[in-house]
Write a protein that binds this ligand. Structure first.
Ligand code: NAP
Length: 329
């Protein structure tokens, strides 16, 4: 038996509770992992609260990320004791996830824990931080270097945004941080942001083309915010779009794309191929200051995860929540 957070749905009513689970109920997979740490992402909060249909079958252990040690493996790529990390692949949505002491997954879902991170720090990064790295890599792949001009990051005080600000600043970009919480300005300048922009300034419907401001953008918001960012890109600017915190819609015109050659680069972390994941994690290992990462992290328990999920959806959580599942480091 092992402890885990279980979501269930009966008669249309969803429940979430921490309880003892039977190892025999673990899904199929070559590798069984003793989970040390997990994290609470936006998507996990949607799953736990049932606010969006993230969970595709019930009962489900949520948790799209975990870090821990291999307990047993029928795949020669992993041996007992190996330190591993998992991000995405539909884990915590259609396959039992990381918010439990044991997880069983296909070997191809795992990557080795990247030095110098501890399992706890890897979860401080989690899908949010790894997605931030995918966004930065996408800007670079499309030719946005620091000399091209300022880069803007939305949802800057959240998980993806805060890691994106830190990575971009470390790489020498002039970073503007958009936040709905201007009281977090000191936190954001501490991460390396040079300008703080009130989210209200870019949330209202604007013109198809605005003054050219940004060489690059990393957007977690979607909706009107994304449309406004596209309209304010410099010639051949690049927007990496990864989120929908402001909405699924995209009330834009094609003007930025056909008149300014703007590129809209879509970012998906869930099904990203393993080489891309390794590249993102290696970038994080090279550029994310551990002291900065530690400042972003707040530790919670499995039981806390249920109570905090609504706050996370309400945008009241700063930085990254790490969930202590089993271990002490
Ligand atoms: N594509 C992928 O693979 C992928 C991976 C990870 C996350 N995501 C998505 O990225 C988004 C952010 O994830 P996260 O983990 O960073 O979540 P998070 O920690 O909850 O941060 C989201 C941030 O978005 C900002 N925000 C909230 N409501 C907003 C609104 N109406 N307009 C503009 N900004 C708003 C807030 O930042 P401020 O308070 O600073 O404004 C909030 O802290 C989510 O939509 C998530 O689903 C996608």
């Amino acid at each position: 038996m092992f402890r885990g957070l279980l979501i269930d749905k009966q008669d249309g009513r969803q429940t979430a509770e921490v309880r003892m689970l039977d190892e025999a109920s673990l899904p199929e997979g070559e590798v069984t992992v003793r989970v040390a740490w997990s994290t609470l992402n936006y998507k996990d909060a949607l799953a736990i609260t049932g606010r969006s249909p993230v969970v595709r079958k019930f009962p489900m252990v949520p948790g799209i990320d975990f870090a821990g040690a291999v307990e047993s493996s029928t795949d020669p790529a992993y041996r007992p004791g190996d330190a591993v990390v998992l991000n995405g692949w539909g884990v915590g949505e259609g396959h039992w996830g990381g918010l439990a002491e044991l997880a069983r997954v296909p070997a191809r879902f795992l990557i080795p824990l990247q030095a110098p991170f501890t399992p706890r720090q890897a979860m401080g990064i989690g899908t949010a931080g790894y997605t931030a790295a995918l966004c930065v890599l996408a800007l670079e792949r499309h030719g946005i270097t620091p000399d091209k001009g300022p880069v803007v990051v939305t949802g800057a005080a959240g998980g993806v945004g805060s890691v994106a600000v830190a990575l971009l600043a470390k790489a020498g970009y002039e970073v503007a941080a958009v936040t709905g919480r201007v009281q977090e300005a000191d936190f954001l300048t501490g991460l390396g942001a040079r300008h703080i922009i009130d989210r209200a300034e870019i949330s209202q419907p604007g013109r198809p083309l605005e003054k050219e401001r940004w060489a690059g953008a990393i957007d977690v918001a979607g909706g009107q915010v994304l449309a406004n960012l596209c309209a304010a890109m410099r010639y051949r600017g690049v927007v990496a779009a990864c989120g929908l915190a402001a909405g699924m819609g995209f009330p834009a015109t094609v003007a930025p794309f056909i008149l300014r050659g703007v590129t809209l680069a879509g970012i998906d972390s869930v099904m990203a191929p393993t080489p891309d994941r390794l590249q993102a994690w290696q970038r994080l290992a090279a550029d994310l200051d551990i002291a900065v990462l530690e400042k972003l992290m707040h530790e919670i328990s499995l039981d806390d995860a249920i109570a905090i999920a609504p706050d996370l959806l309400a945008g009241q959580v700063r930085g990254r929540l790490v969930v202590r599942v089993g271990a002490s480091q």
